[in-house]
Structures are given as structure tokens and as C-alpha cells.
Write a protein that binds this ligand. Structure first.
Ligand code: SAM
Ligand code: SF4
Ligand code: F3S
Length: 424
């Protein structure tokens, strides 16, 4: 039997797409292996959000080529965001080991059909779109692409313009998942507040959430990623009425300096962002707020950075994904004057991480002694792993419940990443 290996870089959209490619390859009779050296085919699903992610992909393409030249296998299929813009580089590095390149802005099913047709030249009608059944939680993309063009970001180029999936298609997919035993659904979109905008519906997201919330059997609903500028208060209020929305909001702020936010073209001010968070805190009990931050954006001064640090201390995020600004091709920020030295970026990154980790630790320790509900996601090394509605990872002593169970546990300890618990 032919063997394949999949390597996924980047965001949950890529995770979702990789799962779909996995199904395609399994439908073709391929067997998955962990070791790239044993595979006949390696599918590389790439990310270009930072220079480093692109470098990682290209070096992996080179590694596959070296194996191919030595052993006659594996070959690679390269897809995702780097594939959209860097076809030439991939071909140059991978040479004959590259079976095909599928650009990341092509619709997923077209890419799956192409794989099918390359590997078995028969009609794609025979493809089955069944996914592996009954995972405790699943990601469901509701839209692809992005129209926001933040000045640092390559995603609108690699993924193209926003395209919402039809409501009935999403509902059918989620109904099938819930029927198969999935308890938690995370809706995905680069700017999920724009869901439905391309169909002329400004209330697309809340209408979709309301429909899912009514579904029999659904226990938890999440959605990613919200754009602060596009989150209207009316939507937020309607969300507050829903029974299954998790009290967790991922709201990338990117910077605490109004001057930098403007250069980033984020479309909101620091004051507006704070008022949005206050509104959320008023509507949801025990809510957790996470964010993305970029340090060292062109022209960022010490004062701008201090504004960001102060904002982190004021909001007290549960978690921040902090990145040093990386110049990306085709973006406006890459060409801006006043690029910040790498050394300074690194310093700011470490300083902010320290501030955030301390806050995360304190916020996590508040849970000690509390009984919380965990969705059981996996087991290993005599431990049970799961998440609370606030999206914090819990490690439970022993085997607690079964996969997909919602169980109560008592939090006994916490560090800045995890909560530790005992079953009650
Ligand atoms: N759509 C989401 C949003 O509105 O923020 C996130 C998408 S982006 C793929 C994920 C995160 O990567 C961003 O929030 C940003 O913090 C970071 N990012 C994007 N471009 C970057 C760059 N050029 N350098 C450093 N970080 C970047
Ligand atoms: Fe990138 Fe901005 Fe779109 Fe997010 S909203 S994907 S940061 S352009
Ligand atoms: Fe990366 Fe593309 Fe996702 S750039 S973060 S894989 S949309």
C-alpha cells in the first residue's frame, strides 16, 4: 500500500484543509505514516505569515528532494499560502521531487480533485467527502480569504478575497458532525465578522450562530478570528443571548499605540478596543480574552511599545500571541521607512512575553479550587487532556471519562499555560 505523510504549517484553516487532504488520500487507498522517510508522498501545507514559516517550508521541500534523489521517493505536493506566491522558488528547490503545486487561494475541493486526478486518473465524482467521525471538537471554515489588507499581512494575497460559504452547506456539515458525536464546533474565518458580507448580509455571523445554537446536541460554539473594527455591539448583545457560545473571545489588537494602529490600517483606536472589551466583560461572565500582538512594526518607538505594554497590563489578556514584525513581500509595511532593528524587536518581544506570562499565570491561578467543565479531548501518559469553555487547556490526573465527554473537575494547580485538575 502507498504511504503518505502530511506536514501542516500555520493556522486552523490549514489544519482543516489538511484533514480534508488526508481524507482524499485515504480514499485513494493511501496509508498515513508519521515518518517522512517511509512515505511515498509528502503533502506540505504551507504558511507565509512570517518569513520564518516560509523558510521552514522551503527547507522541507529541499529535504524531500534530497530523499527523493537518494531513494527515488518520496515526492511532494505543495499547497497552502507559500504555494500561492512562490511557485518558482518551490520548483527550483524541489526540482523533480515536486509532483505538483496547488495554490492556497484555489477552492479546497478543486485542489482535492486535482490531487485525485493526478494520483488516479478517474472521475472525481467517485470521491467521498466523508470525514473521520465523532471527534470531540471540530473546526469548520465558514469563509476563506480576507479583504482587510492590514498593511503587514500577506493573507489577502495568499488566500484571495473573502468568500463566504453558503449557510445551508455549513449547517449541513455541522449537523453531520454533531450527529456523529462532535460536541464543540469552532467556526473559522480570517475576519469572521465579515461572514455573509459578500452576499450582502451584514448580520451573517450572528444569524449563523443563532441557527447553530438551536441545533440538538451541540454543546459548545466558538469562532475565530474576530476583527475589533468589525464587531458591532448589536451582534455582541445577540451573542450574549445564546446558550452554547463559549465565553472566550480572540480579538487581535496588534498594537496599543494609535499611531501604529493607523499605520497598520486596523481601523480602530486603542480607546475603541478598550470599550469593546468592557462591553464583552459586561455581557459575558468569566470571559477569557486572548489577542495577537506585533512588536517592532516600522517606526515603532519605545513610547509606542510602552503603550502596547500598558494596554496588555490594562486589559489583562488571558493569553497573547506575540510576534516580531516580519517583512512580507507584496505588503505595504515591508516597504515603509523606519524598519526596526532585529535586536530591538527581540528585546520588545521578550519584555512583552514576560509581562504577558505573569498575567496569564495570575489569571490561571484564579481557577484553583474551582470546579469547571472540561470537554475530554485526548489521553496520554496516564493523564486526560481537555479544555474549559474559556479555552484553557486542562491536564487531569488519571483517566477521566471518555473522549467527547463533558466532565466536572476541580482545578488543583496552574501555570501560565495549563490548569491541572482532579476529577470530582
Ligand atoms: N485574521 C486575523 C486578524 O485579524 O488578526 C489573524 C490572521 S494572521 C494569519 C495571524 C496573526 O499573525 C496576526 O494577528 C498577526 O498578529 C500576525 N502577523 C500577520 N502578519 C505578520 C507579519 N508580517 N509579521 C508578524 N506577525 C504577523
Ligand atoms: Fe491579515 Fe488583517 Fe486579514 Fe487578519 S484581518 S488576515 S491580519 S489582513
Ligand atoms: Fe499562514 Fe496562510 Fe493561515 S499565511 S496563518 S496559513 S492563512
Amino acid at each position: 500500500m502507498k504511504k503518505f505523510n502530511i506536514i501542516t504549517y500555520g493556522c486552523q484553516i490549514n489544519e482543516y484543509e489538511s484533514n480534508k487532504f488526508r481524507e482524499t488520500l485515504q480514499n485513494l487507498g493511501f496509508e498515513e505514516v508519521d515518518d517522512i522517510k517511509r512515505a511515498d508522498l509528502v503533502l506540505l501545507n504551507s504558511c507565509s505569515v512570517r518569513e520564518k514559516s516560509e523558510e521552514k517550508l522551503l527547507s522541507r521541500v529541499g529535504f524531500v528532494r534530497s530523499l527523493y534523489e537518494k531513494n527515488g521517493f518520496p515526492k511532494s505536493i505543495v499547497t497552502g499560502c507559500v504555494a500561492t506566491t512562490e511557485e518558482k522558488k518551490i520548483k527550483k528547490i524541489g526540482k523533480d521531487s515536486v509532483l505538483t503545486i496547488l495554490k492556497g487561494d484555489e477552492p479546497l475541493n478543486e485542489r482535492r480533485e486535482k490531487i485525485f486526478n493526478i494520483l488516479i486518473p478517474v472521475s472525481a465524482d467517485t470521491m467521498t467527502y466523508e470525514r473521520t467521525k465523532g471527534k470531540p471538537f471540530e473546526f469548520v471554515p465558514v469563509m476563506f480569504g480576507c479583504n482587510s489588507f492590514c498593511t503587514y499581512c500577506i493573507v489577502p494575497i495568499t488566500k484571495g478575497r473573502e468568500k463566504s460559504q453558503p449557510l445551508d452547506k455549513i449547517i449541513n456539515e455541522i449537523e453531520a458532525l454533531v450527529k456523529a458525536g462532535t460536541k464543540e464546533i469552532t467556526l473559522l474565518g480570517q475576519n469572521i465578522n465579515h461572514y455573509g458580507f459578500d452576499y450582502g448580509n451584514k448580520n451573517g455571523l450572528i444569524e449563523l450562530l443563532e441557527e447553530i445554537d438551536r441545533m440538538e446536541g451541540i454543546k459548545r460554539i466558538r469562532f475565530l478570528t474576530s476583527h475589533p473594527a468589525d464587531f458591532n455591539i448589536e451582534t455582541l448583545k445577540r451573542m450574549g443571548e445564546l446558550r452554547h457560545i463559549c465565553p472566550h473571545f480572540h480579538l487581535p489588537v496588534q498594537s496599543g499605540s494609535n499611531r501604529i494602529l493607523k499605520l497598520m490600517k486596523r481601523g480602530y483606536t486603542r480607546e475603541y478596543y478598550v470599550s469593546l472589551i468592557n462591553e464583552i466583560n459586561g455581557l459575558f461572565r468569566d470571559v477569557s480574552i486572548t489577542t495577537d500582538i506585533i512588536v517592532g512594526f516600522p517606526t515603532e518607538t519605545d513610547e509606542d511599545f510602552i503603550e502596547t505594554k500598558k494596554l496588555v497590563e490594562e486589559i489583562r489578556f488571558d493569553k497573547s500571541f506575540i510576534a516580531a514584525f516580519s517583512k512580507r513581500p507584496y505588503t505595504l509595511a515591508a516597504k515603509m521607512d523606519g524598519q526596526v532593528e532585529d535586536k530591538v524587536k527581540k528585546q520588545r518581544l521578550n519584555e512583552l512575553l514576560e509581562v504577558q506570562n505573569d498575567i496569564s499565570l495570575k489569571k490561571n491561578r484564579v481557577y484553583i479550587g474551582k470546579t469547571v467543565e472540561v470537554l475530554v479531548e485526548s489521553f496520554g501518559n496516564g493523564l486526560t487532556f481537555g479544555r474549559i469553555p474559556q479555552d484553557k487547556l486542562v491536564i487531569i490526573e488519571g483517566k477521566a471519562g471518555n473522549l467527547g465527554d463533558l466532565i466536572n473537575v476541580e482545578i488543583t494547580d496552574a501555570d501560565f499555560i495549563h490548569l491541572r485538575a482532579l476529577p470530582v
